[in-house]
Design a protein around this ligand. Sequence first.
Ligand SMILES: [Zn+2]
Length: 298
Amino acid sequence: MKLVYSDRYDLNLGSHVFPSIKYRLVKEKLLREHIAEPGDFVEPSPASDDDIALVHHREYLRKLQAGKLSYLEVLRLEIPYSPELVRAVWLCAGGSILAGRLALEDGVCVNVGGGFHHAYPDHGEGFCVLNDFAVAIRSLQKDRTIEQAMTVDCDVHQGNGTAAIFGGDHTVFTLSIHQMNNYPYPKPPSSLDINLRDGVGDEEYLRELAQGLDRALAEFTPDLIFYLAGADPYRDDQLGGLKLSLEGLEKRDRLVFEKASGRSIPVAVTLAGGYARQLEDTIQIHSNTIRLAKEFAK
Ligand SMILES: [Zn+2]
């Protein structure tokens, strides 16, 4: 299984609740523990402006590239603007396009980054500048590599940008399982929203997710699933209010991979959020996801 990754995925945030150094730390852990070898890593190219414009407004892209976001627009991002940030998110969108393509060849592929599901066509918010996997879906649809896609968003926060982008589009099914009483507000409707109460733990989460996946896959047959394996439903997350254990999160990953592979549907994985009090826990959760993904690759 290939792992799409670049050292330039780091969003250059300095000390911030979003540990954007995590991408490099995940890579190092995978190598150290022989879960991956150096040759498994593939460096992406940045997405083209034309591909990104399949999702985002050209005016927004121009403002990002020229450093012309307003004060309020930067405030809404909740991360500092920098040219490195812009380079990172273009690269990461290219990484999700590549991960989608490689998943179609190998059954599973992981972009060791991405999952920026709060980005809307005309603005970014909640640490998300460009909706990388929405760009990937549109790009793969444009060149007729796929017709239909599903997003399975297991970040603790609802996928508002994704829901807004694909709302009313019958070629993309959006599933989001998240904590109801948490950012974002409002939550535009996904194809299927699973709203969880505060403090839900492994058992209830896994039951709800299994039912949701069964329901989604009974009514919709995607050519490709984008799985947002957020680490923030973890019980020790600073921005999440669910109570999943490390084992519960592994079972979650396995559930998604099993439901997809049982129907021979390729899965492209992105990492999404993760703000555990101990950074090692976030790195462990992402690394577990990648170890499990490998079991399901051809
Ligand atoms: Zn999140």
